[in-house]
Ligand binder design. Structure first.
Ligand code: KIV
Ligand code: ZN
Length: 515
């Protein structure tokens, strides 16, 4: 039996499909680089047939990322497989992942076909996919609610047709670890050609068992875990990558299998996913939660000081939690910033030093001391603001007090033109948003607005995450500043730039169609 468990990350597919606003191409590229640095074996990065934007993002990732195998999802129909194969063409290593439901419930009510017909579709699709790549994965959707004998029949045919990975998802997060392990054992013992394929598991977390089920399946012989960073995904989410990987690493002695994940990259990847996907991590989340390494009770603190392993099974550094907080001020030079960022796990290619240093000095002047978490927040913020953005915030002046109506004036550069508008509102944020609406001439619906503090105490930065709807589409804007009104305006300007970009893309498409 193979002693390595493959880690198949599906943050950009199963994770992304559950977000309130889809990620932009830039967000996906940024996350794809981060995921590949975790050293995953396979990364599923989209569903190319689902939209031209998804096709383009998969194609770009296939072109830019080397190392892991780049995978796309396809239903068991020709047009999906062809779109997937085309999008993955530039990849150094590619995998097509095709699936069809096999449970009586899905066959009868969703697909309205027999198991035999579904099997034929699977076989045809796998053969078609093999024209594009040797690496084809087949999933029996809702496998955990499929009778064992039916599963054995489909799996044997799928392997014969050329699938080298067989995935048996617990699509609805229903089974318990012993039931799931029994299913894996049954397949291993009853499918004659099973030695020609790697068995994979894909667990959803509806009953909070996704990680436990994945590990039980590994103990029963599965050798690939499909998972997402922070466990994001449909409904209650998927198996969490960081938990599964750390169980494999910390308990290799017991499980007798390991994985190749670079654990020091975990914390940063988790923070980036939380920010970009607008899905905060709960404080008590295993491995990456704010409290995962915090000791509160006096007895525990005393124990850890005497011997760390009394109450800590792994050190925060193992998963990349920064262990020292070096304070930086406006006197700190670029090399100090660069050095600190490399200690935090960032590479030079992750940021543009000129614009980062400019933001750093502005913040240092405002706050005095700049901390690690400020630097990380700035990197993210600089990555999403682009010098080529159409709307560039020049200034915002807001005033409010308990006796009068709040007002705000906002100045925006739009190409060569500088426009400013003033407005009043129930609060300074509303006033600033109204001023922006007058400048852009576009009224958006705010679906969600979250204000958070990045850092500690009164000197922390305000971070705004918002979802806004315009013309039937949702956009995710983020903003960061010492002042919360300014952070809100940055987030709204981010939204307006995304709307502008989307309009440009669709007018280009129309021109191409017409021409
Ligand atoms: O949950 C599921 O069954 C899936 C399949 C497409 C693998 O996501
Ligand atoms: Zn899934």
């Amino acid at each position: 039996m193979q002693d390595k468990v493959w880690i198949f990350d599906t943050t950009l597919r199963d994770g992304e499909q559950a977000l309130k606003a889809s990620l932009t191409e830039e967000d996906k590229i940024l996350l794809a680089h981060t995921i590949s640095r975790l050293n995953v074996d396979v990364m599923e990065v989209g569903f190319p047939v689902s939209s031209p934007a998804d096709f383009r993002a998969v194609q770009r990732i296939a072109r830019e990322i080397s190392g892991p195998s780049i995978c796309g999802l396809a239903r068991a129909v020709s047009k999906d497989i062809e779109a997937c194969g085309e999008a993955l063409r530039p990849a150094e290593k590619s995998r097509i992942h095709t699936f069809i439901a096999t449970s009586p419930l899905h066959l009868e009510h969703k697909l309205r076909m027999s198991l035999d017909d579904a099997t034929e579709m699977a076989v045809k699709s796998i053969k078609l996919a093999r024209n594009y790549t040797d690496d084809v994965e087949f999933s029996c959707e809702d496998a955990s609610r499929t009778p064992f004998d039916d599963l054995c029949r489909v799996v044997e045919r799928a392997i014969d047709a050329g699938a080298s990975t067989i995935n048996l998802p617990d699509t609805v997060g229903y089974v318990t670890p012993d039931e799931y392990a029994a299913m894996i054992r049954h397949i291993r013992n009853n499918v004659p050609n099973i030695d020609k394929a790697r068995l994979s598991v894909h667990c959803h977390n509806d009953l909070g068992l996704a990680v436990a089920n994945s590990i039980a399946a590994v103990q029963a012989g599965a050798r690939q875990i499909e998972c997402t960073i922070n466990g994001i995904g449909e409904r209650a989410g998927n198996c969490s990558l960081e938990e599964a990987a750390m169980i494999l690493k910390m308990r290799e002695d017991h499980l007798r299998v390991g994985c190749d994940i670079r654990s020091e990259e975990i914390y940063r990847a988790s923070r980036q996913v939380a920010k970009i996907c607008n899905m905060p991590v709960q404080p008590n989340k295993a491995i990456v939660g704010e409290n995962a390494f915090a000791h509160s009770s006096g007895i525990h603190q005393d124990g850890v000081l005497k011997a760390q392993n009394t109450y800590e099974i792994m050190s925060p550094e193992t998963v990349g939690v920064p262990n020292n907080q070096l304070n930086m001020t406006s006197r700190s030079g670029r090399h100090v910033i660069e050095h600190r960022l490399s200690e935090l796990g960032y590479q030079k290619s992750d940021y543009d030093m000129d614009s980062l240093y400019e933001s750093f000095l502005a913040l240092a002047d405002q706050k005095g001391t700049v901390y690690d978490y400020d630097l990380e927040a700035m990197i993210h913020f600089n990555q999403i603001t682009d010098k080529d953005d159409f709307y560039q915030l020049q200034f915002v002046n807001a005033s409010s007090n308990s006796q009068s109506i709040a007002s705000a004036t906002v100045g925006i550069a739009m190409g060569e033109q500088l426009k400013q508008e003033a407005a009043t509102g129930n609060g300074p944020v509303e006033a600033a948003f109204l001023a922006l609406e007058r400048i852009t001439g576009k009224a958006v619906d705010i679906v969600e607005y979250n204000l958070d503090a990045t850092g500690q105490g009164a000197s922390s930065l305000g971070q705004v995450d918002m979802i806004a709807k315009y013309d039937g589409r949702r956009y995710h804007g983020t903003g960061l500043a010492a002042d919360v009104v300014e952070a809100s305006v940055h987030a709204m300007v981010h939204v307006y730039n995304l709307i502008h970009r989307a309009a440009k893309v669709s007018s280009l498409k129309q021109q191409r169609k017409a021409g």
